[in-house]
Design a protein around this ligand. Structure first.
Ligand code: ADP
Ligand code: MG
Ligand code: MG
Length: 254
């Protein structure tokens, strides 16, 4: 069973005045089949956590451990992380000139599965996944992220999620910038992946609204670089009613 274990993670970024510690001891365990939501105010370090798990070179791990099924994730290259089954929605945020969505997906699937998916079944798989996400078939021929709208980027993320079937999916602000229809479609995609029971999901968000569509098993409040409270879905309701202030008092939020 896939288990992501983060223990006492400390991460710094290079800022103007020298290295600044952003993550200050994150502890979190996500198991296959579970959905965890991380919620916190802007600037609390949520994206830093996601980027650090993705292996982004700007973020320096200064302490702690991250393992996937006991394997040291921090030792892995970005590609190795993907092959190990970690999916990070922000892993490919940039435009990939001259690479179509269709080729990109097949190349990714080949890298992760260790062999190229059979063309005929693959084409069908992609078509069906795109239809479920209410995407126009012509989208497959567009270049990755080139001129994608916010909604198209998010749909493309979920399309990858559905096709690549990762063991552990980390979704950062998947809900930001989505209109209500796109939010529903994207949430349904996340829920489909979840219902397979084969992935663990870490949903990072600032807003509670996506949690009306995706019901997390566990909710964590993130403030000033660490998890400061954990609970069930009722914690999200409490945040919706009372905000983050109760967790950020006594220091700057960012
Ligand atoms: P969140 O996603 O919770 O809004 P971030 O992880 O984006 O928070 O940012 C946390 C803090 O780290 C902020 O103060 C931000 O300015 C700082 N930070 C994040 N990434 C960088 C970076 N690459 N360079 C400098 N500062 C950064
Ligand atoms: Mg932010
Ligand atoms: Mg963020």
């Amino acid at each position: 069973m896939a288990t992501l274990e983060i223990h006492d993670l400390h991460v710094s970024v290079e800022a103007e005045g020298g290295p600044t510690e952003i993550l200050r001891g994150v502890d979190l365990t996500v198991k296959q089949g579970e959905t965890h939501a991380i919620m916190g105010p802007n600037g609390s370090g949520k994206s830093t956590l996601a980027y650090s798990l993705a292996g982004h070179p700007k973020y320096t791990v200064t302490g702690g451990t991250v393992t996937l099924d006991g394997e040291d994730v921090l030792e892995m290259s970005v590609d190795e992380r993907a092959r190990a089954g970690l999916f990070l929605a922000m892993q490919y945020p940039v435009e990939v000139p001259g690479v179509s969505v269709s080729n990109f997906l097949r190349t990714s699937a080949t890298a992760i599965r260790g062999e190229a998916p059979k063309l005929r079944t693959w084409v069908k798989e992609v078509k069906e996944a795109m239809a479920r996400l209410e995407m126009d078939p012509s989208f497959a021929e567009r270049n990755v992220n080139e001129g994608f709208s916010g909604g198209e980027k998010k749909r493309h993320e979920i399309l990858q999620l559905e096709l690549l079937k990762p063991r552990m999916a980390i979704l950062d602000e998947t809900d930001s910038g989505l209109d209500i229809d796109a939010l529903r479609v994207v949430s349904e995609g996340v829920n489909r992946v979840r219902e397979t029971g084969e992935s663990g999901t870490l949903l990072i968000t600032h807003y509670t609204r996506i949690l009306r569509y995706i019901k997390p098993d566990h909710v964590h409040v993130f403030a000033r670089g660490r998890i400061v409270a954990s609970g069930g879905p009722e914690l999200a309701e409490d945040l919706e009613a009372n905000g983050y202030e109760q967790y950020t008092k006594g220091g700057a939020a960012s």
